[in-house]
Design a protein around this ligand. Structure first.
Ligand SMILES: NC(=O)c1ccc[n+]([C@@H]2O[C@H](COP(=O)([O-])OP(=O)(O)OC[C@H]3O[C@@H](n4cnc5c(N)ncnc54)[C@H](OP(=O)(O)O)[C@@H]3O)[C@@H](O)[C@H]2O)c1
Length: 215
């Protein structure tokens, strides 16, 4: 699949690496084009000099940027992503003290009404996006979206890089996914390896991974 990643930081590089390894054709852009060039050299992706150029040839677009950059980028690529799948990976810089009345993903969908916005990857640290398997167990790749075809596309992409795909529901479920990400971020801020990941466990999940989780 032809995938554009906007952003060449921790997440952009991690996903460029795992998506390229899975056989996808990946282009990367960044605010500073030299950062995209560096990321491409490290991951096997192809650097392009603008977000618009990255998006034009892509089947799907991953926005691996801070939530604060989404307004500007939505204005820049809005027309070019009409009808395309746009993946939002973002978490808020600080959690809302009032809970999550809405999500970054739903706000992004409002900014990009002609795109099919999907929430994915945000509950996994960049370390796990690069390598989703921990001790032989695939970590969970939660995917939330309103458009069923877009959701299935990203469930397949998530699986292609080694996550166990988990359908999290409609785009509004991004509120929960953003909360889950914060729980893990706060745990790791208190002292962690920034490498642990979410895994749902139950009879069905054990069967689907073939893993023996008793050990
Ligand atoms: N780090 C994690 O483990 C993790 C895990 C899950 C989700 N997330 C979420 O993923 C997003 C990215 O996190 P990160 O850790 O990768 O951040 P980061 O290392 O700071 O990288 C951010 C990237 O966004 C690029 N960028 C900013 N504005 C841009 C614009 N207008 N056009 C193109 N590129 C632009 C920056 O470009 P330059 O390099 O040129 O400055 C940079 O490459 C955030 O929303 C975060 O909440 C992070």
């Amino acid at each position: 699949m032809q995938i554009a990643i906007i952003g060449a930081g921790n997440v952009g590089r991690a996903l460029a690496s795992s998506l390229t390894r899975a056989g996808h054709d990946v282009t990367v852009s960044a605010e500073h084009p030299e950062h995209a060039t560096e990321a491409a050299a490290r991951t096997g992706a192809r650097a392009v000099s603008s977000n618009a150029e990255a998006v034009r040839a892509a089947d799907l677009v991953v926005l691996a940027v801070p939530a604060t950059a989404l307004d500007k980028i939505a204005t820049e690529i809005g027309r070019d992503v009409a009808g395309k799948v746009v993946v939002d990976v973002a978490n808020r810089p600080t959690p809302s003290p009032d809970g999550t009345p809405t999500s970054i993903a739903e706000e992004l969908q409002a900014k990009l009404p002609q795109a099919k916005v999907v929430k994915a990857f945000n509950t996994a640290f960049a370390s796990r996006q690069a390598e989703p398997t921990v001790g032989g167990i695939p970590s969970d790749g939660f995917v939330a979206a309103d458009d069923p075809d877009a959701k299935q596309t990203i469930l397949d992409v998530v699986e292609s890089i080694g996550f166990r795909p988990v359908d999290a529901g409609s785009l509004a479920a991004a509120r929960t996914l953003e909360g889950m990400a914060w729980l893990n971020i706060q745990r790791n801020m208190a002292g962690g390896s920034w490498q642990d990941a979410w895994v749902l466990v139950g009879p069905d999940t054990i069967e689907s991974t073939g893993a023996d989780r008793r050990n």
